[in-house]
Design a protein. Sequence first.
Length: 119
Amino acid sequence: VQLVESGGGLVQPGGSLRLSCAASGFTFSRYDMSWYRQAPGKERQLVASITNTGGSTNYADSMKGRFTISRDNAKNLVYLKMNSLRPEDTAVYYCNARAWIWGRLSDYWGQGTQVTVSS
């Protein structure tokens, strides 16, 4: 099982980035997908999530209207488009896959990608 994030980097305040997460080794279309982030000295927090079919999304309040999560089940990819980035968005962003399979929680994490918002 692998979740590989990409697309992070350094961006100026007000700028945009699109993160990608490539999944392999499991049945992607059965899993709800989420993006989390963790800033230095802070707990990991949920950024956005999307159901396995893509029919429903959920966002943390501070990301609503700025971030968009989407997925492509044919390509086993999930995306996070981030607009109007702020310095407080600086964090390591992690991809997460979660599903209940035969009564057991199946939960996978990527290694993370660094996003730095700074002038």
